[in-house]
Design a protein around this ligand. Structure first.
Ligand SMILES: [Fe+2]
Length: 506
């Protein structure tokens, strides 16, 4: 039985139609007999004058339609300059539509730059938790520092989200999520169990997001920071590539699944209307300029890539991996990235990227030929060469790449064809995917020996904390001792400094 008082569609529609001028709180108060904000709140895609605020009404998150009747519900929002909402600077009403899983995305404008705000939602007699969002500084304005966390890969079945509890306590300008917010697969023997089978339909994906979003630590990290979200493969299907799934499904049919996954992603993320889904597509790659210090390029390396070569997997390169036309970005995103890098006046250029860019020979034994991950840029090496050549030719300085996907920490120099360092890549581990892990995965000593540009590896869960300052970039790798309990303890495993003007790790 739903937790919602059963009232007919007609009653609600009449109520909405005749309530012009009446306080919003009166209109919806009969809708809920329990809290509809069980999936939390979020803010994202900040601008100098605002940000998106998000919630999704779900009084019974794991039931069909999350326990909502299939009618439109009115939601009130408030944005204030203080935590106690004494000075409200924006408020209004928005509609939570059944077509969008009763999610709401409100684009707040008219705020001051580079400061925190607090926001909350009201539906009926119920009020959400309070979230804190942060506007961006103006592009080009002088800044002393920009701090952000890179996080992602949060397989619910593999462990708890103590890392997000740590993130909630960080002082940040933003969080960038590199994808794998949900996992579509099943382990059947996890530390926590997915509800339902592998998702294919919109309601399947909605259920999966609902289960993840009920996690209190994840909600705390959303409530504490404004996020820039990007996706990787598991929001849709493992190792998908453009219109290709991993199981050889005909592209036209796989696109139907993509469409369901894309809509569910939009519904559950604090995205702007510019990222509204069109069929199977969402505009995910975008740029953010933090003063004169940091230009961030958030990539989408799934939607426009060619299929993985050589049958995918970890293996020696076949001829198909080495052709000149290989593209992981697609022509339009590649052009956008290259222009963004060449034209950036900022001190640091961030490429916020999903899968590993550095060439990493993954041999751990006596294999005769290098082993590459065909799902990473190694399967698209001509695209990597074009990127590094562009950085060199245009003399783009202070390039930092942050990456997800690997479920391990890596720090490496990105080197050009003559061995000169052109940038630094920090691969962030995972929030939970892979389970507890250990400091050194068996075989990583061989990988370190085979890859002299690689300076560090670690196989524990956590996140990376990056800080851009005028004179140097620092990245702290924060790791958890364990994720098989909610009480995992965080510590700084390693801190790297990159001096401005030098692509070197120390
Ligand atoms: Fe992942």
């Amino acid at each position: 039985m739903s937790g919602i008082t059963r009232i007919g569609r007609r009653t609600v529609l009449i109520g909405l139609a005749t309530s012009v001028g009446a306080p919003a709180i009166l209109r919806a108060q009969s809708l809920f007999t329990q809290n509809p904000f069980l999936l939390g709140i979020a803010s994202g895609d900040p601008a100098p004058d605002g940000f998106v605020i998000w919630t999704r009404l779900a009084p019974k998150p794991l039931e069909l339609h999350s326990g909502m009747p299939m009618v439109t519900a009115t939601v009130t929002y408030e944005v204030a300059e203080d935590e106690n909402f004494n000075t409200i600077v924006a408020n209004g009403e928005t509609q939570a539509l059944p077509e969008l899983g009763h999610s709401v995305h409100v684009e707040i404008t008219g705020l001051k730059p580079a400061r925190p705000y607090w926001y909350r939602f009201i539906a009926g007699r119920e009020r959400s938790a309070t979230g804190r969002a942060r506007t961006m500084p103006h592009p080009g304005s002088g800044l002393d520092r920009v701090r952000f966390v890179a996080a992602g890969c949060q397989n619910y079945e593999n462990g708890f989200y103590a890392a997000y509890r740590g993130i909630a306590g960080e002082e940040l300008d933003f969080l960038w999520h590199y994808g794998d917010y949900i996992y579509e697969g099943q382990t059947k023997a996890g530390i926590r169990q997915h509800v339902g089978e592998e998702p294919y339909s919109l309601d399947d994906y909605r259920l999966r997001y609902a289960q993840y979003k009920m996690d209190a630590d994840l909600q705390a990290a959303h409530a504490a920071h404004s996020w820039w979200v990007t996706w990787d493969d598991h929001e849709t299907d493992n190792n998908w590539a453009g219109d290709r799934g991993q199981d050889g499904t005909p592209p036209a049919i796989f696109n139907l699944r993509r469409q369901a996954a894309a809509q569910a992603y939009y519904e559950n993320m604090p995205l702007r209307a510019t990222s509204f889904p069109h069929g199977p597509s969402i505009q995910i790659y975008r740029q953010a300029k933090y003063g004169d210090l940091l230009d961030a390029h958030f990539l989408d390396t799934r939607q426009y890539r060619m299929d993985q070569p050589c049958g995918d997997g970890f293996k020696p390169a076949c001829a198909a991996a080495l052709t000149r036309d290989r593209s992981i970005l697609g022509a339009v995103e590649e052009k956008w990235l290259f222009e963004g890098l060449a034209k950036s006046p900022s001190r640091w250029k961030l490429i916020a990227n999903q899968v590993m860019i550095m060439p990493l020979d993954r041999r751990t034994g006596n294999e005769p030929a290098p082993i590459w991950n065909m799902d990473s840029w190694a399967g698209y090496s001509a695209n990597r060469t074009r990127l590094l050549n562009h950085i060199q030719k245009k003399k783009v300085k202070n390039v930092i790449v942050t990456t997800g996907d690997e479920h391990q920490n890596y720090a490496a120099e990105l080197r050009g064809p003559k061995g000169d360092a052109l940038g630094i890549e920090f691969v962030a581990t995972s929030i939970s995917t892979g389970g507890n892990g250990s400091d050194m995965r068996p075989g990583n000593d061989r990988i370190m020996a085979n890859n002299p540009h690689l300076k560090f590896t670690n196989d524990q869960r956590g996140y990376i904390l990056c800080e851009a300052r005028r004179e140097a970039w620092t990245t702290e790798l924060k790791v958890l001792d364990r994720v098989d309990t909610p009480e995992g303890a965080l510590s700084v495993r390693r801190k790297f400094t990159v001096p401005a003007g030098e692509s070197k790790l120390s």
